[in-house]
Design a protein around this ligand. Structure first.
Ligand code: RB5
Length: 153
């Protein structure tokens, strides 16, 4: 973690997926550990078919209640699981597909959850998104006013 990150070494990050995101979840979990973060894996434990809302909501609850400082979600497209997470008011889940969108999600939107689609994003791109997301601080200023308007910060 760089000193401009929004997390400290040892902070707890939650990660979850559905069956389509399981393999990429395992890879991203390793990368989070390598960044010096503690990781809680909220499942699933294998590629058996599951429903993405169950895991998106479970992770969102963990972040909203402060059990985890941030989260990572993976499903086939990243769409369903990010929609599920964003139903929790204190969660700002951003679906990213490039290092630039991952950077903007943090710098402008103060996103606390990164979502990515395993079936539509190359593994190396997803890993670059993760690295950028967790090393980009929120810019604040005019963006703080806008994020505040999203409510339930
Ligand atoms: C599962 O087949 C797929 O629908 C899911 O992973 C995700 O892409 C939904 O948004």
């Amino acid at each position: 973690m760089s000193d401009t990150s929004f997390l400290e070494v040892g902070d707890l990050v939650a990660i979850a997926s559905d069956h389509a995101g399981f393999a990429l979840k395992t890879i991203l979990k390793g990368d989070l550990h390598a960044m010096g973060l503690s990781v809680v894996d909220l499942g699933p434990e294998d590629e058996t078919s599951v429903d993405y809302p169950d895991f998106g909501q479970k992770l969102a609850k963990a972040v909203a209640e402060g059990l985890a400082k941030a989260g990572v979600l993976v499903c086939g497209t990243g769409i369903g699981i990010s929609i599920a997470a964003n139903r929790e008011p204190r969660v700002r889940a951003a679906l990213v597909h490039s290092a630039v969108t991952a950077e903007m999600a943090r710098a402008h939107n103060d996103a606390n959850v990164m979502a990515v689609g395993a079936r539509v994003t190359e593994e190396e791109t997803a890993r670059a998104c993760l690295k950028t997301f967790f090393n980009t601080p929120f810019e604040g200023g005019r963006h703080a006013r806008r994020v505040e308007k999203l409510g339930a910060a």
